[in-house]
Design a protein around this ligand. Structure first.
Ligand code: ARG
Length: 251
């Protein structure tokens, strides 16, 4: 917890004095620069050298609607908001839960989906927060999963991994008792592993948003309008159905 608070404070301070590109700047250039991780299926992942996934396709729908080309950057999850504050790209779409801590460092769009952090374990393993007592849990570093698992009383050890897929692999290899991750990611893992893992209860719910540099209100407004349009014209619903078989927007 302490480490995380520190790094987010550092992040807030890092907010460079340089100007982020406003919506007018971006529009004039014709290209919007977007960053994601590319290792968080089905939301953002790599297909060869090309990013794809629900969030990548959603961002591309928004960009197309705005008449812009997209330049993607992929980098480790825990450095995405730092790069944003250094003006390396215009916004980040990487399944960031909208939390008060992060809101000190960046501004978030309206949520582009709603989800929760779920416990996933091998059959016979802990399925509830209570059952995590005395257990070892794997989570991706810098995430809301880490923050929330730390709040569960009695957890013996929380092991952090740079990538969520590494945390999943630790569960599969039997090196931890449970993995806490996104509920939709969990469902995909269960499908892929055919009965070797099971989903337990949701530890918490969260709203996921796109992050812009603090104070970049023109870009934030544009993204919110574009998202609302995609949610009204059926393109969001169609995309969501294809990835999840349901509409994952917040209601
Ligand atoms: N939703 C979680 C959070 O807000 C996890 C996000 C992880 N995203 C990723 N691209 N690995 O921290």
């Amino acid at each position: 917890m302490k480490k995380m608070l520190l790094s987010l404070t550092a992040l807030a301070l890092l907010g460079s004095t340089a100007q982020a590109r406003t919506w007018a700047d971006i529009q004039k250039s014709g290209t919007i620069k977007i960053a994601t991780e590319g290792a968080f299926p089905p939301f953002n992942l790599m297909k060869g050298k090309t990013p794809t996934g629900f969030e990548v396709e959603l961002a591309e729908i928004l960009a197309k609607q705005l008449g812009l080309k997209v330049q993607w950057t992929t980098q480790p999850f825990d450095s995405l908001l730092i790069g944003l504050n250094q003006d390396r790209y215009d916004f980040v779409i990487a399944s960031h839960g909208i939390t008060p801590e992060r809101q000190k460092a960046v501004d978030f769009s309206n949520p582009h989906y709603c989800t929760g952090g779920a416990i996933v374990t091998r059959p016979g393993g802990p399925l509830t927060a209570k059952a995590l007592s005395g257990k070892t849990v794997a989570v991706q570093v810098g995430t809301t999963y880490l923050e929330n698992v730390r709040k569960v009383p009695g957890v013996r050890d929380v092991k952090t991994f740079p990538k969520d897929t590494d945390a999943q692999a630790a569960l599969m290899a039997g090196r931890v008792d449970a993995w806490v991750g996104d509920k939709f990611t969990g469902l995909d893992l269960i499908k892929a592993q055919k009965g070797k893992v099971v989903q337990g209860e949701l530890l918490f719910r969260e709203k996921i948003g796109m992050a812009v540099k603090k104070g970049n209100t023109t870009l934030l407004k544009t993204l919110n309008t574009a998202l609302a349009k995609a949610q009204a014209d059926g393109s969001y619903a169609k995309l969501s159905q294809r990835y999840f078989g349901e509409d994952v927007r917040c209601r």
